[in-house]
Ligand binder design. Structure first.
Ligand SMILES: O=C(O)c1cc(=O)[nH]c(=O)n1[C@@H]1O[C@H](COP(=O)(O)O)[C@@H](O)[C@H]1O
Length: 267
């Protein structure tokens, strides 16, 4: 999906919501748990209930890889079920020597129809470049993450700047705002304004709203740019909003609340 197509979706739906499909078999409603295709059935219900309210879905591969072949099959079925209207993110946090990253890019962009893959920048340019070679596909590089471990490296000084600042400045030279986004945790509100100064045009994928306590209002007020430039991910707070048979209705109601709030902030 191109940047213009994504922006169009955001304006049409008045939403920059990305629903995170972090599907954990132990957290899905009891009546689905023994279904032979439980993960996919759960995802299908969540997707049907939220399609019109979000512009993106993020599939965190860990939750599928954990179940081996069956988990991966559920991931494949899910990404195909989402279809072409939504921006589909494989949250796989890949990145390796060039010829290995080539294979990761092939897995998600050729073999599977994802629009974007999350990538760790630690191994440098040749580990990220393979994800930038595909027309209409994106690398979403970890910038300043939402977890407390962000303090261990990302927020440490590196010369006269912080390491995450160096990452944003350097990596932004490797691609363009048409094929490169950055992950910025919603819990890092003290840094939003600084981040926008460093990368005014790039889309930010923002996880950490909901279960991790980040504020949708703060990220929207401080980091939205003229064309929006935000995809705000919510996983647990939406998909586990209900634990009974009507879980999809509960998920929809949560997503409606997020979409309404986004509508207010969108320019
Ligand atoms: O890359 C990510 O998506 C990510 C980066 C980050 O800094 N923090 C973070 O929580 N995530 C992911 O975003 C999702 C957040 O889930 P919830 O906290 O349940 O909304 C999970 O899939 C995390 O793996």
């Amino acid at each position: 999906m191109t940047r213009n197509e994504l922006l169009q979706q955001i304006q049409t739906k008045r939403s920059y919501l990305c629903v995170g499909l972090d599907t954990d078999i132990n957290k899905i409603p009891a009546h689905l748990r023994n279904h032979p295709d439980a993960i996919f059935e759960f995802n299908k219900a969540i997707i049907d209930a939220t399609r019109d309210l979000c512009v993106s879905y993020k599939i965190n591969t860990a939750f599928y890889e954990a179940y081996g072949v069956r988990g991966w099959q559920a991931l494949e079925k899910t990404v195909h079920y989402i279809g072409n209207e939504h921006f589909k993110i494989a949250d796989a946090k890949r990145g390796d020597i060039g010829n290995t990253s080539d294979q990761y890019a092939k897995a998600f962009f050729e073999n599977l129809p994802f629009d974007a893959v999350t990538v760790a920048p630690y191994m440098g340019s040749d580990s990220v470049q393979p994800f930038l070679k595909y027309e209409g596909k994106w690398a979403i590089v970890l910038g300043l993450t939402s977890n407390k471990g962000a303090a261990d490296f990302e927020l440490q000084s590196c010369g006269d700047e912080l390491l995450y600042e160096k990452v944003l400045k350097t990596v932004s030279q490797w691609g363009t705002p048409e094929n490169l986004m950055f992950v910025v945790g919603a819990t890092q509100s003290d840094s939003f304004i600084n981040i926008r100064k460093l990368i005014p045009d790039h889309f930010l994928l923002v996880p950490g709203v909901g279960a991790q306590g980040g504020s949708l209002q703060e990220i929207s007020e401080k980091a939205m740019n003229a064309s929006c430039g935000l995809l705000v991910n919510v996983s647990r707070d939406i998909i586990y909003a209900g634990s009974e048979e009507n879980f999809a209705v509960a998920a929809r109601n949560k997503a409606i609340n997020y979409q309404k709030e986004m509508h207010k902030y969108l320019k």
